[in-house]
Design a protein around this ligand. Structure first.
Ligand SMILES: Nc1ncnc2c1ncn2[C@@H]1O[C@H](COP(=O)(O)OP(=O)(O)OP(=O)(O)O)[C@@H](O)[C@H]1O
Length: 228
């Protein structure tokens, strides 16, 4: 499903963020990306939806060679990759319902489908009763659940989460993890960068550790492996 071969990324300022990444991620896996600050985790994650292009090497996502996609093919890739950010990135003037519906309107889904599907995903993340609320009327954990609903509404094959619990307290983070685990149990591949030892050691999944732009550890049901 995701295949990277000898991937290097050097940014324009000369920083080498990735220095020869090789990995395969299969359909339905849940993978944590861990490692020290600046190790290259976000860069790795951003390769998958072509927010970043590799300097060298190949990245395949859903059988598409991401490096060779033409600009007009990028939306097709992104349709299959739902993205969840640490800072939620919700549209502040739109309601919960509208934030999620917007993702379906962009790809021109049928209006009758939009109503059913948006309520279905809001139900999945436990926010059906807050559909008419604005983002600022929600807690941080609830806002993150809206952003997860938005990420999954178009049935992506892969969900990518870059520190989704980074701004949340431990109890709230737990709720977010349950939602992500549920999405994974339903068959979606989940790839999540995190600094949370508690999460990684509690919700056991594959652990890929990156240091200085290289994979230094890759374990099935692994441990966080760093202090703090
Ligand atoms: N857009 C950019 N332009 C230039 N350098 C960048 C850019 N993004 C990241 N870098 C550099 O690339 C290296 C890896 O950054 P990256 O964000 O991938 O690390 P990370 O492991 O996600 O870190 P953190 O845990 O702190 O989020 C760092 O040295 C960073 O300064």
């Amino acid at each position: 499903m995701i295949h990277m071969k000898d991937v290097y990324k050097t940014y324009n300022n000369g920083v080498s963020a990735l220095n020869g990444i090789n990995i395969n991620i299969d359909r339905g896996e849940f993978v944590y990306i861990v490692g020290p600050s600046g190790a290259g985790k976000s860069t790795f994650i951003r390769l998958i939806f072509r927010e970043v292009k590799p300097t060298k090497g190949t990245v395949y996502v859903n059988e598409m060679n991401v490096n060779e996609l033409k600009e007009k093919q990028v939306p097709l890739l992104r349709r299959n990759v739902g993205v969840v950010y640490q800072d939620f990135k919700l549209l502040s003037k739109l309601t919960v319902y509208e934030n999620v519906a917007f993702a379906m309107e962009v790809i021109e889904s049928h209006p009758s489908l939009i109503r059913t599907r948006v309520m279905e995903v809001l139900d999945l993340v436990g926010l059906k009763n807050k559909a008419r609320f604005l983002p600022h009327e929600l807690s941080g954990g609830e806002q993150q659940r809206v952003s997860i609903a938005r990420a999954i509404v178009n049935y992506p094959k892969i969900v990518i989460a870059d520190e989704p619990t980074g701004n949340l307290d431990p109890d709230t983070s737990w709720g977010i993890m349950k939602v992500l685990q549920e999405i994974n149990d339903r068959g979606t591949t989940v790839i999540m960068a995190t600094h949370s030892k508690e999460i990684v050691n509690t919700f056991k999944n594959r652990v890929v550790a990156i240091e200085d732009g290289l994979i230094v550890r890759d374990e099935h049901r692994g441990e966080y492996g760093y202090e703090g």
